[in-house]
Ligand binder design. Structure first.
Ligand code: DLL
Length: 434
């Protein structure tokens, strides 16, 4: 069995790591220029030739890629290999309009799963473990990524997918799950259920690998106490591969970015200027090994800071601190990425105006989301459709757009406070970013 703690890579001296990155970057830029027409044209327009990129010091010369461009080029515009060489797609949550489809060759899948395997090993996983994966499976990367990583480590893998707490607890106790992989909010739910049902003595969990949404240190403490485990953070995004782009080691002090595959930068979200280490800004990734969906300088919109401070685990890969927010208005609600513009689209399609407010909260461990929308003066005057009927219609539209249940309240015209500046569309009471 291959050992997925790879000290020769994960503890590589910085100079050697940067030389490896430079070598891979030079090759990758030429590859992308030759294989992705959109980026070829973009480099030409920016006056940058592949030969201008001689190493990581030249990275800043390359143009950025944004999510909007990925959307505009849907589905094949960023494909770097013939379709016949792809073996998998995964996709971001969200509507058809907002969807991004990421492609993988078999070698890309191996890279991704290897990153997840490293995360499991960093959380203490070995082939003696029973790895209980209750991230969603399907287009979402959580389930498939951790599942693949768990196989690579040689754990007995339980592909549970999300939901059905009774079944989760039954398998957890009967099969002696030792590592739990799910969103932190679901882990908190499971923790509560385990204690309510008096199952604490019957579970064998020792570690959890939790991510896909922001969570606080207080949540970590609660989960660790309720399940009697050590809780590790894991980060990633579909566009860059999925979970495992970075993960925590036993120090639980920031997530090591897998720098042999992904080069991180922090930029000023307004100017695009690269910021020095230690400053908060927008995280940008360049993939230096992936071939099917090989993004260079992709803007994640996640705000965070990087540190190269020595980590006592021995890993030299740079650490990112927990994200501190977003430079766009995306929210992660019930594990799903939600943009206010998606909600607005549903409302406008049903004849309402853009006078609405979105209130996100957390009750116990569960997110709630409510949309309050004003009737138009004409609707209020006509009184032809009962409010409950209107709310039902909007809920249906939102469910189909977002895939999650949203509470809806229609209110009288001019009851939502008007802002004097930028409209305050979202009130997020959860305070998940610290
Ligand atoms: O959430 C991939 C993933 C699955 C990561 C399982 C970890 C575990 P997307 O659905 O594309 O991919 O959403 C990516 O989620 O840009 C962040 O805003 C947010 N996010 C992911 N992990 C974390 C984390 C998956 N640990 C978007 N902390 C990212 C805070 C996170 N936010």
């Amino acid at each position: 069995m291959k050992n997925y703690y790879q000290p020769e890579i994960e503890t590589m001296p910085l100079e050697q790591l940067q030389a490896l990155q430079s070598e891979r970057l030079v090759e990758q830029v030429q590859y992308v220029y030759d294989h992705v027409k959109y980026y070829h044209d973009k480099m030409d327009a920016a006056g940058v030739k592949p030969e201008d990129i001689k190493g990581i010091a030249d990275l800043h010369k390359l143009p950025f890629i944004t999510k909007d461009e990925l959307r505009d080029q849907y589905p094949y515009g960023f494909l770097g290999v013939p379709l016949k060489d792809c073996v998998r797609i995964q996709s971001t949550s969200g509507t058809t309009g907002r969807r991004v489809v990421a492609f993988y060759t078999q070698a890309d899948l191996d890279i991704w799963e290897e990153c997840c395997a490293r995360a499991i090993v960093a959380a203490g996983g070995t082939n003696e473990d029973v790895c209980h994966v209750c991230y969603g499976y399907g287009l979402f990367t959580g389930g498939p990524g951790l599942n693949g990583g768990s196989h690579k480590v040689g754990c007995l893998t339980l592909p549970m997918s999300s939901g059905n707490t009774d079944r989760q607890l039954q398998f957890m106790t009967d099969l002696g799950s030792t590592i739990l992989c799910c969103t932190p909010s679901y882990a908190a739910n499971l923790g509560e259920a385990v204690n309510e049902r008096g199952l604490r003595d019957k579970i064998k969990l020792k570690a959890g690998i939790f991510g896909a949404e922001p969570w606080t240190e207080q949540m970590r403490k609660n989960i660790e106490e309720s399940l009697g485990i050590k809780a590790y953070d894991i980060y990633g995004l579909t566009e860059i591969s999925g979970p495992g782009v970075s993960f925590e080691c036993e120090e639980q002090a920031g997530m090591h970015i897998q720098e042999d595959h992904f080069i991180p930068e922090i930029i000023d979200p307004d100017t695009g200027e690269v910021l020095p280490e230690g400053q908060v800004g927008e995280l940008v990734f360049t993939c230096i090994t992936k071939k099917a969906f090989p993004l260079l300088r992709y803007r994640t919109r996640d705000l965070c800071l990087l540190t190269r401070e020595k980590c006592s685990c021995g890993r030299t890969h740079i650490r990112m601190k927990k994200p501190k927010g977003r430079s766009d208005d995306m929210m992660v609600v019930k594990g799903v990425n939600v943009w206010p513009s998606q909600i607005e689209t549903v409302l406008l399609n049903q004849g309402y105006q853009a006078n609405y407010q979105i209130v996100v909260d957390r009750v116990g461990n569960n997110d709630t989301i409510e949309v309050q929308v004003e009737l138009t003066p004409e609707m209020a005057e006509a009184k032809d459709v009962p409010a409950a009927e209107r709310e039902k219609q909007i809920m249906k539209g939102l469910k189909s757009m977002l895939g999650i249940r949203v509470n809806v309240k229609v209110v009288e015209p001019k009851t939502i406070t008007r802002s004097e500046g930028k409209a305050v569309r979202v009130v997020d009471k959860r305070n998940l970013y610290q």
